[in-house]
Design a protein around this ligand. Sequence first.
Ligand SMILES: Cc1ncc(COP(=O)(O)O)c(C=O)c1O
Length: 419
Amino acid sequence: MHIPNVVQNKVPLLDLVAPHVELEQELTAAFRRALLTGSFVGGPVVEQFEESFATFCDVSHSIAVSSGTDALRFAIMVSGVQPGDVVLTVPNTFIATTEAISQAGAMPEFVDIDERTYNMSVAMLQQFLERQCARDNSGRLISLRSGRPVTAVVPVHLYGQMVDMDSILNLADQYGLTVIEDACQAHGAEYFSKKLNRWMKAGSMGQAAAFSFYPGKNLGACGEAGAVTTNDAALADKIRMLRDHGQVKKYYHDVEGYNGRLDAIQAGILHAKLAHLEKWNAQRRDRAAKYNEILAGIDSINLPHEPSWSNAVYHLYVIRTTDRDGLMSHLKEAGIGTGIHYPIPLHLQNAYTSLNYGPGDFPVAERAAAEIVSLPMFPQLTAEQQVTVANEILAFTSKISYKPADREHVSLVSARLSA
Ligand SMILES: Cc1ncc(COP(=O)(O)O)c(C=O)c1O
């Protein structure tokens, strides 16, 4: 079969073709099964995937829905957050996190991120709760900024790196907040809970969690898909109802719901791919370790920081440098794909002018947004491709003139490692 060469770069940021070619038979079988059974939305294939994903995440329930955004929205809606409440999250995340908060009827407010992990800063959350909130007469926690009750927090395990969940859960406990994890980039990541003295899977620690199976994710569908995970049976039932027009049985609607179901073709594809996820995550960790080795010690580059309590799954491998734009254009010229996740922190997006934040409100997130760059990262990335990336980064950072002809013969990485 002719496979179009959609990958233009020598080293793409992401390769969405290789895993699908590798699993072509399994994936087309999932499609064929749907055609031959006529079961397209919901049904046994969806239930089978839900069971296997719940087992993978170490939770009692997984509810498959149509996207990660819907997963987060439904999780927030059923978790006790009332219309008009404030839900806390970070400015350094994809806008779906705050869209889901708003679409659930609540309002996002932000706390800054940690300088090294780029995830929610526990110190900043604590500071917000202590200094920017007060109790009203009935004991509710009120945001001084908006005058609204603060009832939930959404930590985002961005880039496949874990948020410090023990500390977040402690603060949430102390202040009576619900915790909904945004695990949309963290399928299979683990957190070592000192409190429980064991490793915990992303998506198993909050009251509920949201996952996205957008194609480029560590576990990606061949279309749109998502899931909520939870250990709370009542909450799981409410989400099942919400995703399906609020019906408990066909045409009996207890509430108005949504068309938020997962289709059987995507469920079959996800079920087939889930069997490979641990291997793919291990390959991502291996590629991250290789980058760490060959890029170590370059003064102008900060590598990702993985705390000892985190077993990250490197959805993205994000480095930081002051001349980010210069580095990106150098890499582009050399045929290397890069990305910025994300270039404008959410509090400065046009969509949120009504929230009345401004430059300087979240300095750590703002500095990071100007300096971070994601390097090629996917399970099939080869050692040669990684050396190519590192050679170009070395050439750029050491201001060595590295001509196209040299690129075939001179390895700056080898010279550096053997020096
Ligand atoms: C952190 C984060 N939250 C939420 C989402 C939303 O997921 P989806 O695109 O499946 O709606 C994404 C996916 O892009 C994400 O990366």
